[in-house]
Ligand binder design. Structure first.
Ligand code: LAQ
Length: 373
C-alpha cells in the first residue's frame, strides 16, 4: 500500500537535532520504506545525497525505491567516453548521470528498479540486503534460480545479471544501492553501454560487462510493482516495521530543505564530465584531399574534463603549421565537449574571415573532433 509521506515525519525521522514525537517514533521505531514519485535521475540521486547527509546516528534503516526515465548512470570514478556511446545518447535524449558511489555503469529505464538501503555504517551489510531481495523473489516466484555473487551481483540461471550493486560509506552512515531488472529495454541497454571512442587511456574504474536478463522474461507476472511490494514486505518483516511504502516528492523543499540545489549540482557539466579522472586520447582519422587520403593524428590530454594538451598533426600542405598551432592552442583549456568546437569555429571565422578553403578544412577537423567527444 502506498501512502503519502508528511514533512513532519521526514524531519522527525532523519534530521539531527529533532526529537521524534512519541506516536510517530513508535511507528518508525525500526525503519521506513520510501518511494519516489519522480522519474528524474538527478532528483532521485539528490534524495540519496540528502538522506545520507541528514541521517542521524540513531540510524533508523531506510529503504528507498526509485525508477528513472531512460538514463545511463556512471560510477563516481568513471570515464563516460570509455563507458557509453555519448553520441547515441545525445541523439536519443538519454540522460547521463554520475553518481556518488563507485563501481560500474548501468542503464536505467522504467523497467528497472533501484533500491537504496540506508543504515548506520555499523549495520551496513550488502549481502544481508541481497538475501532480503532473494527472499522477496522466492516469495513471488519460488521457481526462480537467482544467486548473489561475491561481487554482489544477482545472477539468474547462473549467468544472467539481474542486479548490480554499488555503495557509499560515510563517516557514520552508509548506503548500499542496487538495480533490479524487471522489463528494461535490453537492446537499448547494450547499444548505449558500448563505447565507440578509440584510443582512450585512463586509470578510471572500468565496468564489468555481463549478460543481462529481465525477470519479466522468466515470469510475466513479475512487474516492477509486484517486485517492489515483495521487497517492501520482506524488509518490513525483517525490521519489524510497517510495510507501507511512503511516497516522497524529491523536489519538496519543505520535506528536504536544500534538495533542489543538490539535484542541480548533479546536473552540472562540472560534476558529470568535469569529475572524469585524467585521461588521454591517441587517435587518427583520414580526410580525402586531391584524390588521396591524408592521415590526421590527434593527441589529447584531458584533465577535469578540459583539454590540457592538444596536438593535432596534419600534413603541412593540407593545413599549414601556423593554423595547426592556432587550432592546438585554441583548444587548450576548452571543455572536451562538442559545443566547444562551434565556439572555436567562431574564433577562426573572426581570425581569418576570407579564407573559405581553410574554413572548410577547419570544419572537417571540427566534425571529426566532435565525433570523439
Ligand atoms: N540496470 C542494470 N542492472 C543490472 N545490470 C546492468 C544494468 N545495466 C547494465 N547492466 C550490466 O552491468 C554491467 C556493469 O556492471 P558493473 O559491475 O561494472 O557495475 C554495476 O553493476 C554498478 C551497479 C550500480 C547500481 C546503482 C544503483 C542505483 S544508481 S546505479 C553493464 O556493462 C551491463 O552488462
Amino acid at each position: 500500500m502506498l501512502i503519502p509521506f508528511s514533512m513532519k515525519n521526514c524531519f522527525q525521522l532523519l534530521c539531527n537535532h529533532q526529537v521524534p514525537a512519541a506516536g510517530f517514533k513508535q511507528t518508525v521505531k525500526n525503519g521506513l520504506i520510501l518511494q519516489s514519485v519522480s522519474n528524474d535521475v538527478y532528483q532521485n540521486l539528490a534524495v540519496e545525497d540528502w538522506i545520507h547527509d541528514h541521517m542521524n546516528l540513531e540510524g533508523k534503516p531506510i529503504l528507498f525505491f526509485w525508477r528513472n526515465s531512460p538514463s545511463v548512470v556512471i560510477g563516481r570514478h568513471q570515464n563516460p567516453w570509455q563507458e557509453c556511446n555519448l553520441n547515441l545518447m545525445r541523439e536519443e535524449g538519454i540522460k547521463l548521470a554520475r553518481r556518488r558511489s563507485g563501481g560500474g555503469t548501468v542503464y536505467h529505464d522504467m523497467g528497472n528498479i533501484n533500491l537504496t538501503f540506508f543504515t548506520t555504517k555499523k549495520k551496513y551489510d550488502r549481502m544481508e540486503n541481497l538475501k532480503l531481495i532473494l527472499r522477496a523473489l522466492n516469495a513471488v516466484q519460488p521457481q526462480l534460480d537467482v544467486q548473489a555473487t561475491k561481487r554482489f551481483d544477482l545472477l539468474l540461471d547462473g549467468q544472467f545479471k539481474i542486479s548490480g550493486t554499488a555503495s557509499k560509506i560515510g563517516r557514520t552512515t552508509a548506503y548500499h544501492h542496487c538495480t533490479l531488472l524487471c522489463s528494461t529495454d535490453g537492446t537499448f541497454l547494450s547499444s548505449l553501454l558500448k563505447s565507440p571512442y578509440q584510443g582512450i587511456r585512463s586509470n578510471a574504474t572500468a565496468s564489468i560487462p555481463s549478460l543481462v536478463k529481465n525477470l519479466l522474461e522468466k515470469d510475466p507476472t513479475l512487474t516492477c510493482e509486484v517486485l517492489m511490494n515483495a521487497v517492501a514486505t520482506e524488509y518490513a518483516a525483517y525490521h519489524q516495521i510497517d510495510h507501507h511504502i511512503h511516497l516522497i516528492n524529491p523536489t519538496d523543499e519543505t520535506l528536504f530543505p536544500g534538495i533542489n540545489s543538490k539535484a542541480k549540482e548533479l546536473q552540472t557539466w562540472e560534476w558529470i564530465y568535469g569529475k572524469t579522472p585524467k585521461f588521454s586520447i591517441n587517435t587518427s582519422f583520414h580526410v580525402l584531399y586531391e584524390q588521396s587520403h591524408l592521415e590526421i593524428k590527434v593527441f589529447l590530454d584531458i584533465k577535469n574534463g578540459r583539454i590540457e594538451i592538444c596536438n593535432i598533426e596534419a600534413p603541412d600542405h593540407w593545413l599549414p603549421l601556423e593554423i595547426r598551432d592556432k587550432l592546438n592552442s585554441s583548444l587548450i583549456g576548452s571543455k572536451f565537449c562538442p559545443t566547444e568546437t562551434t565556439m572555436l569555429t567562431n574564433i577562426l571565422l573572426r581570425t581569418c574571415p576570407q579564407d573559405h578553403k581553410l574554413h572548410s578544412k577547419w570544419n572537417i577537423l571540427c566534425e571529426k573532433i566532435k565525433g570523439i567527444m
